[in-house]
Design a protein around this ligand. Structure first.
Ligand code: NI
Length: 176
């Protein structure tokens, strides 16, 4: 396993549409998911899409366990939302590709998803609460959409500028 670099805005790769995994889930995909999980835990975050480490495949990892709880990794290959409820809920979202920016996004409160798990077994289940928020946020990444894309143009530009500035600062500090 290895910790990979997480892309941050405005990296154009984050706008790419990810491709489905063709054929069965292989050891190569599992190695990628292991790296993604380790990278996500290290960040730390609760969800990560493959494109966030520069791999344009429809693969997501997630762990919604709270601090002090046992780890509960979840893996999603080719996830699809097949049904949503009309009721929406706001949630203050953040993203490892837009570090230190948080803002409210309104999404369907529950959604039914289909995907292949770590071993390639098909799963069909309803997600609610934080699980519903997180899977919809991560699946947006597969379409090249970030949570800041739901904000006003001004807020989005401010967020990107803030991330850019923080990155330049970090590089300068590293050099000193
Ligand atoms: Ni994100």
């Amino acid at each position: 396993m290895a910790i990979r670099e997480i892309l941050t805005v405005p990296d154009p790769r984050l706008k790419e549409v990810s491709k489905p995994v063709m054929g069965p889930v292989t050891d190569e995909h599992r190695a990628l998911m292991d790296d993604m999980l380790e990278t996500m835990y290290d960040a730390p975050g609760i969800g990560l899409a493959a494109i966030q480490i520069g791999v344009p495949l429809r693969i997501i990892v997630m762990d919604l366990a709270r601090e002090g709880e046992e780890k509960a990794p979840r893996y999603f290959v080719n996830p699809e939302i097949v049904e949503t409820v009309e009721e929406t809920k706001p949630y203050e979202e953040g993203c490892l590709s837009v570090p230190d920016i948080f803002d409210e996004v309104e999404r369907p409160a529950r959604c039914r998803i289909k995907y292949l798990d770590y071993n390639g077994n098909p799963v069909d289940e309803w997600a609610e609460d934080l699980y519903a928020v997180c899977i919809q946020h991560e699946m947006d990444h597969l379409e090249g959409t970030l949570f800041i894309d739901y904000l006003s143009r001004l807020k989005r530009q401010r967020a990107i500028d803030k991330v850019k500035k923080a990155k330049i600062r970090a590089i300068r500090e590293d050099a000193n």
